[in-house]
Design a protein around this ligand. Structure first.
Ligand code: NAD
Ligand code: UDP
Ligand code: UDP
Length: 328
């Protein structure tokens, strides 16, 4: 960046995670000062180790459920475990992270007059009865189930964002992120793409939960990060919520077959019980994103994204790279 005046001080919470680490990288590439805050619950220092020599990058171990006093221009609030396995490990902490974390980051944004973006989720739609999901759909969510700590925590965070917007005139942006995958996911993350690829590469059984007819729409991480940055840069009158994802819809059986074909694995498919409240179908309606994000469109097809992710896990499992190594 040529102009000093264009350099922003940007806080990324959850910056040592899968998406956060890529976001930090992109923001540094754009010439900004980046403060990465993380408690390393599901993220790792290895994800951002390569950024440490950059004088414009700063790393802070901090839990967002506690207040944070720093001076910044923009906040991307990503701190929160995203995989069902991890967010159900300590569900009370998951809700605290979403709710207390949002209150603290909104309080910070209010004090320093920063613009703030919330990484919300398609899980706010629960097990949706409207397909594909549009932003005006209020969702179908169990308030007392195993996924509720995440779903309701994220819903309450959205509520807080809109109340700070109405009550304190904060500049807010809410992104509803649909399943996103790519290199730098943790091999034990527990989400379906990383599970299937790691199982296929190791020759282990591929574990499909239920009969595999449930659907998801998978977005490659680069498309997602591009949309998040564009959303942050929209005019103050656009708050979202806005869906970000890829509209291609696949059953888990189709995903397993693709992973087996692309890895050339001899792994067999086995079926495990379907977890409770597992949504049956999910696909974003992207009309709003297309209208407001400056011609943004997800460009990476599932096969291409899977190939890149397989290449990453192949190197990781063979020990030729450390997590977040040079190829990503
Ligand atoms: P991730 O688990 O890799 O990253 C989350 C990061 O937040 C980790 O680095 C973790 O250590 C950190 N964190 C958790 N609790 C914290 C706390 N209390 N204080 C500070 N840091 C904390 O997951 P991800 O896929 O990178 O997801 C990032 C964000 O995007 C999350 O908010 C998630 O809900 C949202 N999201 C992701 C997806 C997806 O498919 N990847 C879909 C919808 C929403
Ligand atoms: N907060 C923070 N950093 C700041 C300002 C506030 O972490 O720079 C936290 C603080 O813990 C506070 C919360 O954000 O409780 C909400 O702040 P707000 O100003 O909205 O409310 P109040 O201070 O009245 O609780
Ligand atoms: N899933 C699966 N096998 C796995 C992991 C997940 O069949 O090893 C299924 C899971 O039941 C769900 C879908 O894949 O229907 C997506 O799961 P993930 O945890 O990746 O994300 P989410 O359910 O939050 O969309």
């Amino acid at each position: 960046m040529n102009s000093y005046s264009l350099r922003k001080r940007i806080l990324v919470t959850g910056g040592a995670g899968f998406l956060g680490s890529h976001l930090c990288e992109r923001l540094l590439d754009q010439g900004h000062d980046v403060l990465c805050v993380d408690n390393y619950f599901t993220g790792t220092k290895a994800n951002i180790a390569h950024l440490l020599p950059n004088p414009h990058f700063e790393l802070m171990r901090h839990d967002v459920t506690f207040p944070l006093y720093v001076e910044v221009d923009e906040i991307y609030n990503l701190a929160c475990p995203a995989s069902p396995v991890h967010y159900q490990f300590d569900p009370v902490q998951t809700t605290k992270t979403s709710v207390h974390g949002a209150i603290n980051m909104l309080g910070l944004a209010k004090r320093v007059k920063a613009k703030i973006l919330q990484a919300s989720t398609s899980e706010v739609y629960g097990d949706p009865k409207i397909h594909p999901q549009t932003e005006d759909y209020w969702g179908h969510v169990n308030p007392i189930g195993m996924r509720s700590c995440y779903d309701e925590g994220k819903r309450c965070a959205e509520t807080l964002f809109f109340d700070y917007y109405r009550q304190h005139q904060l500049r807010i942006k809410v992104a509803r992120i649909f399943n996103t995958y790519g290199p730098r996911m943790h091999p034990n993350d527990g989400r379906v793409v990383s599970n299937f690829i790691v199982q296929a590469l190791k020759g282990d059984d591929i574990t499909i939960y239920g009969d595999g007819s449930q659907t998801r729409s998978f977005c490659y991480r680069d498309d997602l990060i591009e949309a998040m940055i564009r959303l942050m840069n929209t005019g103050d009158d656009f708050t979202g919520p806005v869906n970000i994802g890829n509209p291609g819809e696949f059953t888990m059986l189709q995903l397993a077959e693709k992973v087996i074909a692309l890895t050339g694995s001899a792994s067999k498919i086995v079926h495990h019980p379907l977890p409770s409240d597992d949504p049956l179908q999910r696909k974003p309606d992207l009309t709003l994103a297309r209208k407001h994000l400056g011609g943004w469109e997800p460009t990476t097809q599932l096969d291409d994204g899977l190939r890149k992710t397989i290449e990453y896990f192949d190197c990781l499992l063979s020990g030729s790279i450390a997590p977040a190594g040079a190829i990503v």
